[in-house]
Design a protein around this ligand. Structure first.
Ligand code: FAD
Length: 307
């Protein structure tokens, strides 16, 4: 019931001002975001990489300004250099939203995003790691997969997120299930129309399993991005049925969510990667996390009423 208004609010400047000024918000954001700066995030990265892998997201999306897109590239380059210095190239990769590096700039957006992504991919390669493109709302999928295709010609290990709730995704999984292809499969976090997406939870779950089956049966590297215990269990069974060893796929969860389960999977010898966002542009990311879980919203609502 709250999902749709929260996802609408995620794009509202007015609501953003109110939420950002709420004192309790800071504490809640802290749960999902590793720090406001790279320096603040680094200790958490070093801590988590003792038993898990990480993918770092410099927060930001929907950039309307080429200078801001360039600043995002610089932030990723600085981060990758710091990860290299800390000897974390084998434990940490980066996640990039193409809309943060210029995809929707009025002039030459896609071209600028491709060049910016290329710079990040080069910096990642220099420290022995790689880049995965996040997936935003359904209107961005063709453009993101087009940029992925081009970048993979020079950086074949560049990965992408596919969202199981989109009706097209099983077909996209087939296209991207070849050798060397890295696909992070998630359920999907945006408010999408029924014409393009399943909207019922049971239907989304079934679609997730169908897509996961295609990836596990393929020759690529599936990244199982879900906190759902059923999806985690099914992924394990499908990996086993397809003769995949613990190095042939991985589990992924978001920073601050189901930490004990992350630790458990890592202790079992599974590859467990944590998606860690950092930076000051946390609003959209944070609102999507609220939309996923009513308990998080009630907590925030109480703090808004009592402030
Ligand atoms: P759900 O059925 O939503 O949740 C299962 C259980 O997980 C819940 O019962 C609860 O215990 C726990 N849980 C889930 N969400 C929360 C929360 N916010 N707070 C507390 N507990 C929670 N979506 C995109 O659209 N594009 C992306 O690029 C993208 N990248 C992602 C990368 C990673 C590594 C992950 C893990 C998710 C990503 N998502 C992305 C978000 C994803 O689409 C889902 O919205 C989110 O993961 C919730 O789905 P779920 O599979 O965990 O299952």
């Amino acid at each position: 019931m709250l999902r749709k208004p929260l996802l609408l609010a995620a794009r509202s400047a007015k609501v953003r001002t109110v939420v950002e000024r709420t004192p309790m918000t800071r504490a809640m954001v802290h749960r999902f975001v590793a720090g406001s700066t790279m320096e603040e995030a680094l200790p958490a990265i070093e801590d988590l990489t003792r038993d898990r892998y990480v993918t770092l997201d410099f927060l930001g999306e929907d950039t309307a300004d080429a200078a801001q897109a360039a600043a995002t590239v610089t932030a990723y380059r600085d981060l990758l250099a710091a990860l290299g210095e800390a000897g974390l190239g084998d434990r940490a990769e980066v996640s990039v939203k193409l809309s943060a590096v210029g995809q929707f700039l009025d002039r030459d957006g896609e071209k600028i995003a491709l060049e910016n992504a290329r710079e990040i991919a080069e910096a990642a390669k220099a420290i022995g790691t790689t880049v995965t493109f996040d997936m935003e709302d359904h209107t961005t999928v063709d453009s993101t997969l087009g940029i992925l295709r081009e970048l993979r010609e020079d950086f074949p290990s560049t990965g992408a997120v596919l969202q199981a709730y989109l009706r097209r995704t099983v077909a996209d999984c087939r296209d991207l299930s070849g050798a060397g292809s890295r696909v992070r499969l998630c359920k999907g976090a945006y408010d999408e129309p029924a014409s393009v997406a399943y909207r019922d939870k049971a239907e989304v779950d079934k679609a997730y399993v169908r897509a996961l089956r295609v990836l596990m049966e393929g020759d690529g590297y599936p990244m199982v991005a879900s906190h759902d215990p059923r999806m985690v269990a099914i992924a394990g069974s499908l990996a086993e049925a397809n003769g995949r060893s613990a190095d042939d796929y991985e589990y992924q969860m978001l920073y601050g969510i189901r930490d004990a389960e992350q630790v458990r999977l890592a202790a079992e010898g599974k590859r467990m990667r944590v998606y860690m966002p950092y930076g000051t542009e946390w609003y959209g990311y944070y609102m999507r996390r609220l939309a996923e879980r009513p308990a998080n919203v009630l907590f925030l609502a109480r703090s808004l009423v009592t402030r």
